[in-house]
Design a protein around this ligand. Structure first.
Ligand SMILES: [Zn+2]
Length: 218
């Protein structure tokens, strides 16, 4: 891709671009296209101009390739957000309880402490914590690439089905990006509706709608 501009701060003109991978599905499939839109906007808003992140670039490339291969867009987005947060320095801890250090019975996530909380430490504060599905915990610990195309919503890949796990993890990542991100992502609201509508039958959201929480960014 070749861009030219008279001054560094001026709007550049795209002179020439070579298509490396066509990724037709992103044009045909509205959900896959919307997930790609959100990911690209997140990079644009969260990563500083001229601040190279080669690993994040590879992750973005892998995420777009997974969408093109037909992997469930919500699952791809949920994993991507975890990797983006890690690259931005806000990677979570999901292997032990922030209160007592226990590695078992993890049931909640604290947005404030950016870590999992066990059932007994979290129960008294349940209204202030996010419930964490066991499948989401598994995804949080591994953030697995590459995901197989069979990882569709509803498949029994994770204990409660990857659909619910991905939904849970997507909500956690979106709230953390809202909290720590430099600027809010505008495509998310539109995408969220598009993405969750066909999944109504799966018993949506362990959490409420993400937009209910006000933005902590700034
Ligand atoms: Zn604990």
């Amino acid at each position: 891709m070749f861009l030219s501009a008279r001054r560094a701060e001026a709007l550049a003109t795209l002179q020439q671009a070579e298509i490396d991978a066509a990724r037709h599905r992103l044009w045909r499939d509205a959900r896959a296209g919307a997930a790609a839109q959100v990911m690209l906007e997140q990079v644009w808003r969260q990563v500083g101009e001229g601040d190279p992140h080669p690993r994040l670039f590879d992750d973005l490339d892998m995420a777009l390739a997974r969408l093109d291969a037909g992997v469930d867009p919500l699952t791809v987005l949920a994993i991507w957000q975890g990797r983006l947060l890690r690259a931005l320095g806000f990677g979570w801890r999901a292997d032990r309880c922030v209160g007592c250090g226990a590695e078992a019975s993890l049931a909640f996530f604290s947005l404030k402490r950016n870590q999992t909380v066990c059932q007994s430490c979290g129960a008294p504060y349940a209204d202030r914590l996010l419930q964490l599905d066991p499948g989401a915990q598994l995804l949080m610990r591994n953030l697995p690439w590459p995901l197989a195309p069979e990882a569709h919503a509803g498949d029994d890949v994770a204990p409660s089905g990857i659909g619910l796990a991905a939904q849970n993890l997507y909500d956690v990542g979106a709230l953390l990006l809202q909290r720590h991100g430099r600027r809010p992502t505008r495509a998310r609201g539109l995408f969220h509706d598009l993405l969750t509508a066909p999944q109504a039958a799966h018993g949506r959201a362990v959490l409420g709608p993400v937009d209910e929480e006000s933005s902590h960014g700034g």
